[in-house]
Design a protein around this ligand. Structure first.
Ligand code: ZN
Length: 387
């Protein structure tokens, strides 16, 4: 990768041919057409608030630096603004009379009504620009290294930058568009802010089986997003069909993985939802978000539910009760050892050698209270658990 520091390019040059799109809310081109100010991956222009845009002009008129600008040189010899698009757009909009600057005398002035010396000062200001040229992986590293002013790009925004092209453009149109009527439905299942590309990230994670980066690299130059779109709606439709209701805990589950694992099974949506309701009402279920996979998997893996276990003081009380009983009868304090015929039939286990067990399994309706607790030796507890 090569980097070059430019220190003699002026505001006038950078803003030559400046174009701003009111419709898209972004600066488009500058530097005589060879600078792309807001490439696809950049956020829209957010400085038009009469404060931040004015502050940029104020700095320039006072001769203060407006900070480093970072450009990436593209393969066709043009430049894309990596960092600085808000500042460049502010200056460009001022020069093209899109907003006015409040002077010390209280009167607002647009560019053409500034005194000639101030206009000249503004136009003649030299900018400090770092230009980077290199391969994709180098640019990627560079992205991570420079401290982008304002809100840093998140992981998906970064990937959109690295793999910018027709695929990203179409994907953003579908998944980061706040006007999409489907968005509300999607958000019952997918957590995140569409404007920060978080819905897109999830859609890519599902279709890429977890490998977002790999999927984007492979499809970078695709003209359409057919597979991405179809896979995403298939997963959402499947979730919405199997689970006929919506609960808060359904938002943010790994629906892509659940779809891959369970979609070949047949489910009765009425029965499924009945089980979900019942488990929601069960006071021993500590992890409600595990309910959905538990039900999909045929209610076998109780670990998903983080069912309440016995407290140490409950276990100790049961241990004491079994000890007293064992001494009276002269048998093992593990009830399953006691009914056996091997050397352990009379063995007294220490508290630390035993585990608390549900007499009636929780999954069969047994409660996590002391009346349903027994202490078993490790071997018997494990054997019971595996049944
Ligand atoms: Zn035992």
């Amino acid at each position: 990768m090569t980097t070059e520091l430019l220190t003699d390019v002026t505001v006038e040059e950078i803003c030559n041919g400046f174009q701003y799109s009111e419709l898209e809310g972004k600066g488009l081109f500058g530097w005589g057409g060879k600078l792309v100010i807001q490439p696809e991956y950049q956020r829209n222009y957010i400085y038009a608030d009469g404060k931040r845009d004015v502050a940029v002009i104020d700095s320039l008129l006072k001769g203060y630096p407006i900070g480093l600008l970072y450009f990436v040189k593209t393969a066709d010899g043009r430049y894309e603004v990596l960092d600085g698009q808000q500042r460049i757009t502010s200056v460009g909009r001022f020069l093209t009379e899109k907003f006015a600057f409040p002077g010390a005398d209280g009167f607002e002035r647009n560019f053409s009504s500034l005194p000639a010396d101030q206009r000249a000062k503004l136009l003649g200001t030299r900018l400090t620009i770092y230009v980077c040229e290199g391969g994709e992986s180098e640019i990627k590293e560079w992205f991570k290294t420079i401290n982008i002013a304002g809100i840093p790009l998140n992981a998906q925004e970064l990937l959109n930058a690295i793999y910018s092209g027709p695929f990203v453009t179409a994907a953003k149109e579908e998944f980061s568009n706040s006007m999409k009527p489907m968005l509300q439905k999607w958000k019952a299942y997918v957590r995140g802010n569409e404007k920060r590309q978080e819905i897109l990230a999830e859609a890519l994670r599902w279709v890429g089986r977890g490998d977002i980066d790999g999927y984007m690299a492979k499809h970078r130059f695709d003209e359409g997003i057919g597979e991405l779109k179809a896979y995403f709606s298939t997963v959402i439709d499947w979730a919405a069909t199997v689970f006929k209701g919506v609960e808060d805990e359904m938002c943010g589950l790994e629906w892509g993985r659940l779809y891959e694992t369970y979609h070949a099974n047949a489910y009765d949506p009425e029965a499924v939802w009945e089980r979900v309701r019942t488990l929601y009402a069960d006071e021993f279920v500590k992890s409600r978000k595990g309910i959905f996979e538990y039900v999909l998997g045929g209610e076998k893996d109780t670990r998903l539910l983080d069912v309440r276990v016995f407290e140490p003081k409950e276990a100790k009380a049961v241990y004491a009760r079994q000890m007293a009983d064992a001494e009276k009868k002269g048998v093992s304090n593990c009830p399953l050892c006691a009914v056996g015929h091997d050397a352990n039939a009379k063995r007294i286990w220490k508290f630390s050698e035993m585990d608390a067990d549900h007499v009636a399994a929780w999954s069969k309706g047994g409660a996590t209270d002391i009346s349903n607790c027994q202490m078993l030796c490790r071997t018997h507890n494990r054997a019971k658990g595996n049944r």
